[in-house]
Design a protein around this ligand. Sequence first.
Ligand SMILES: CC(C)(COP(=O)(O)OP(=O)(O)OC[C@H]1O[C@@H](n2cnc3c(N)ncnc32)[C@H](O)[C@@H]1OP(=O)(O)O)[C@@H](O)C(=O)NCCC(=O)NCCS
Length: 221
Amino acid sequence: MTFGPLMQVAHAEFEITLAPLRNADMPQIVEGLSRASVTQYTTRLGLGYTAEDGGEFFERMRKAEHVTAWGIYLRSGRETLAGVTECVHRARGPMRVGTTGSMLYDPATWGRGVATACHRARTWYLFAVLGLDALRSEHVLSNEASGRALAGIGSVRVGLQRNVEWYRGAFQHLALVECVNPSDAAWARWWGDDPVPPEFVAARERTRAALEWAEQHVTLL
Ligand SMILES: CC(C)(COP(=O)(O)OP(=O)(O)OC[C@H]1O[C@@H](n2cnc3c(N)ncnc32)[C@H](O)[C@@H]1OP(=O)(O)O)[C@@H](O)C(=O)NCCC(=O)NCCS
């Protein structure tokens, strides 16, 4: 099974529930993924999706191993599926490292703090509940909101892949970021005897703050 357990996430405007995706809601994802205005900041640019693609996507997600994924359901009156947030995680030697991804398919929901709240909840679940050591993520460099949302949970840029996409006459670059579990045990495993870069020392406090927020505002049902 791929999907993570139900979590309620406090938000000023919406009731946010992270929940297993429902197959019946896939048309909302298909609609969003078919819009270049939505995918312009992703590496899925320029594709159109059909109901059949949505069904296959759902089955692939449902059966994927080493993945924890949620649908992001928003309620403000009617409940809608706004997006997906996920993590692929595997053991690497004595460590468990995850690779995260997230999308909000409806531009009407952007810029309203949904990713911020969901990133905190996801990070809390992966670090405090599952005990992962670190998370890797990537975002298109020009997607400032995505970069800021990741920085907000204490992610630090560790690399840049140039020219991964071409959109409307400009190359897109992909920023690679990492977020380390701030617990003493995970921190020591991750860094070993290496000096910790100062930007990660500062980021550790942001991750701690995000986890503290989640302790107060996320309910694992
Ligand atoms: C990128 C995305 C995930 C951000 O989610 P969101 O819910 O809109 O983000 P939030 O409202 O929580 O804002 C996150 C941060 O970005 C900032 N931000 C929001 N919209 C912004 C914009 N248009 N330009 C610059 N910064 C923006 C916020 O101020 C906040 O920064 P802060 O924490 O430093 O104050 C979402 O907009 C999205 O999915 N967009 C299109 C699809 C996509 O790009 N998906 C791939 C993401 S890897």
